[in-house]
Design a protein around this ligand. Structure first.
Ligand code: NCD
Length: 304
């Protein structure tokens, strides 16, 4: 086992604040509409063991905007279906010339395992319920576009935090910059132990309490596919936690409404909130491209 290749991005937890700021700064200089040959000749593999729309397409456009070649491997259409292990798949991809692997996997730690055995950078595009670093970075990029600075900021994360790698990475990132983070949801989604994830996290079960004075509201999808065993009554979740126009009024007047997607209208939020003037949900998706261009440029040693 080796240390991951330089440029790997496996999580936010162990990144230093200055590395995060460096990536955010680099993303601001990336223009997805103008193809640059920065990564010409480089081969980027998108290795997806789980479904994806936003993350996969934006990594692909990001790589192509920098002139790299991409190939997509999905579990359902590759030898993974025949039982090939994660590492054997990695060795195969390296042998055909991969320079970088962007990987999503249902098991926490799978990209780390790959990174410890390959001499090329591995980028975690979501590992189980663990981390989703590129999402946390694009969310930070989006927040800074609208709020100018992290100073004095209050972010409220509402919903299925327990099953969410997006929430985990966001908590690590925001608390590194002193942002006040409040977690809100029922105990099935926000167990008391969630407060130990990062320093200074606050938990509340009451959405009215969570929203008062908040600058950013981050909503999460109810992840039914990760809920083996326990059931949650959706009607009671909707009654207590759904983001509605009336509830939104409790937050600061210009509070941002964020959601990593996919959004389920009528569940975690109403359609008028999703499409309202405070919603930056589509902007988050758009910002995924320059953010991932920066991540790939750094991974392949071309970040200046
Ligand atoms: C999320 C994911 O896959 O973790 N989506 C994303 O990457 N934007 C969140 C989710 O599936 O709810």
């Amino acid at each position: 086992m080796n240390t991951p290749a330089r440029g790997s991005l496996l999580g936010i937890e162990h990144l230093e604040a200055k590395e995060i700021l460096g990536l955010l700064k680099l993303a601001r200089r990336m223009n997805p509409l103008k193809t640059r040959p920065l990564l010409r000749g480089k081969r980027v593999v998108l290795l997806f063991y789980e479904n994806s729309t936003r993350t996969r397409s934006s990594f692909e456009f990001a790589a192509k905007s920098l002139g790299a070649m991409t190939t997509l491997l999905q579990a359902s259409s590759s030898s993974i279906e025949k039982g090939e292990s994660v590492l054997d798949t990695g060795y195969t991809l390296r042998a055909v010339g991969a320079d970088c692997i962007v990987m999503r996997h249902p098991s926490a730690g799978a990209p780390h395992l790959m990174a410890e055995h390959l001499d090329i950078p591995v980028i975690n595009a979501g590992d189980g319920m663990h981390e989703h670093p590129s999402q946390a970075l694009l969310d930070a990029y989006t927040i800074l576009k609208h709020q100018k600075s992290f100073k004095g900021l209050h972010v409220t994360i509402i919903g299925d935090i327990f099953h969410s790698r997006v929430a985990r990475s966001a908590c690590h990132l925001l608390t590194k910059f002193g942002v006040t983070v409040t977690l809100c949801g029922p105990p099935e989604f926000v167990p008391e132990v969630a407060a130990t994830l990062a320093p200074g996290l606050r938990i509340t079960r009451h959405i009215e309490d969570a929203l008062r004075g908040t600058d950013v509201i981050m909503l999460l999808r109810v992840q039914k596919e990760r809920m083996a065993g326990h059931r949650i009554k959706l009607e009671s979740y909707i009654a207590r936690y759904q983001m509605t126009a009336a509830r939104l009024k409790l937050a600061k007047r210009d509070a941002l409404v964020m959601h990593p997607g996919p959004i389920i209208r009528g569940l975690e939020l109403t359609a008028d909130v999703a499409d309202g003037t405070q919603s930056v949900i589509v902007d988050e998706v758009r910002n995924g491209v320059p953010m991932r261009m920066a991540i790939l440029a750094r991974a392949l040693g071309k970040a200046k």
